[in-house]
Design a protein around this ligand. Structure first.
Ligand code: ADP
Ligand code: TYD
Length: 210
């Protein structure tokens, strides 16, 4: 694995099912690290650079069957490549802490597990992306709780959130399997608690590695 910390920077991603609190926790961690004097950038996938945000709109808006599953995987990978080139690598080279709301583990789960294309996901990742975060925070919680939270948000980006409980259970189990596959990188945090309690746990986990 590429060690971003060799440059002084650190690459942290947040993963989990829809509505688990990733965005909330990523933002709180960014605030706390900034207050502690770190140079932090908060970013997200798909998106995080102007080109990748354009691809985000292509892939998350419009008719659900607009793209085949294979084309969609290519679009997520293209967005990630642009994000890496324009945002993540320059920030790490400048010694910053990069906090990313979703990264390649989301492709491993959504396109890999759910879409049955894990082999293709891994092949594209090693060909075109090639780096992993130094630390991935998996915000774990029961899908029923996550779905209730997600549904309370009305957005145009609905298509990926309309899976239903059974599929979200499968995704949760898949993320927990992934944490076992990458035990040195992925830390699982219990997300079914108050925002502050989760945030304290996340901060301790990150501080121990900074
Ligand atoms: P995600 O990025 O994983 O989809 P968000 O951070 O956007 O999740 O959170 C989804 C919704 O749940 C938001 O309305 C947010 O304010 C709320 N929320 C986040 N964390 C908690 C928590 N620990 N307890 C209760 N509500 C939460
Ligand atoms: P996002 O809006 O960040 O999800 P959330 O509802 O958790 O806030 O991401 C939009 C959707 O994109 C989400 O359902 C997961 C999906 N996605 C993939 O399918 N593959 C990927 O590689 C990424 C980064 C996201």
């Amino acid at each position: 694995m590429t060690r971003q910390r060799d440059t002084g920077g650190m690459f942290i991603s947040f993963e989990g099912i829809d509505g688990s609190g990733k965005s909330t926790q990523a933002r709180l961690l960014a605030d706390r690290l900034t207050a502690a004097g770190h140079d932090v950038i908060l970013t997200r996938e798909p998106g995080g650079s102007p080109g990748a945000e354009e691809i985000r709109a292509l892939v998350l808006q419009g008719e659900p069957d607009r793209w085949s599953a294979q084309t969609e995987l290519l679009l997520f990978t293209a967005a990630r490549r642009d994000h890496l080139e324009r945002t993540i690598r320059p920030a790490l080279a400048a010694g910053k802490v990069v906090i990313c709301d979703r990264f390649a583990d989301s492709s491993r789960m959504y396109q890999g597990l759910r879409g049955g294309m894990r082999r293709e996901v891994d092949a594209l990742h090693s060909l075109m992306i090639g780096i992993e975060p130094d630390l991935t925070v998996l915000v774990d919680m029961a899908p029923a709780d996550g779905l209730a939270r997600a549904k309370s948000r009305a957005t145009v980006e609905e298509r990926f959130e309309d899976f239903g409980i059974a599929l979200q259970e499968e995704m949760r189990a898949g993320f927990l399997d992934l944490a076992r596959e990458f035990p040195d990188r992925i830390c699982t945090i219990d997300g079914a608690r108050g925002i502050q309690a989760v945030s304290d746990d996340v901060y301790e986990t990150v501080a121990a590695r900074l």
